[in-house]
Design a protein. Structure first.
Length: 133
């Protein structure tokens, strides 16, 4: 059962990706119903990578989270705000089981939008909340 197809035209060549109804529902839900974000989640490789890293962060144990934080914050181009947004997208699935993680993430996202924060320290603190759940 096909839920729909989206095409991408690049340089005169059309490529189509067919997604299932279930896949379309997942992307629509994960993108908070925002069609532009849903499109990016399907086709933007950089966003896909950040979302995978965010998912890994939320599932990581203490050692793994330290490695993820180090690899992220060691890059000058690290986009803390973008990573927090990816975490919010991925954390949507654990709101019911780990509400403390969601609340900590929303609070951190709000604070980060108002003032410059040390990403390494903030992610380390967030990792502790994630692991204690």
């Amino acid at each position: 059962n096909r839920g729909g197809a989206m095409g991408d035209t690049t340089g005169g060549t059309t490529t189509a990706t067919v997604i299932t109804k279930k896949g379309a529902e997942h992307v629509a839900k994960a993108s908070f119903g925002r069609p532009g974000l849903a499109y990016q989640m399907l086709y933007d490789e950089k966003l896909k990578s950040v979302l995978r890293t965010a998912e890994d962060f939320l599932k990581a144990n203490r050692t793994q989270s330290k490695e993820i934080i180090k690899s992220l914050t060691d890059h000058e181009q690290f986009n803390f705000d973008g990573f927090l947004e990816a975490l919010m997208i991925q954390a949507k699935s654990i709101i019911e089981t780990k509400p403390s993680v969601w609340h900590a993430l929303v609070s951190l996202r709000s604070e980060a939008s108002r003032s410059p924060l040390n990403a390494k320290l903030q992610l380390t603190a967030l990792a502790q909340v994630v692991q204690s759940g």
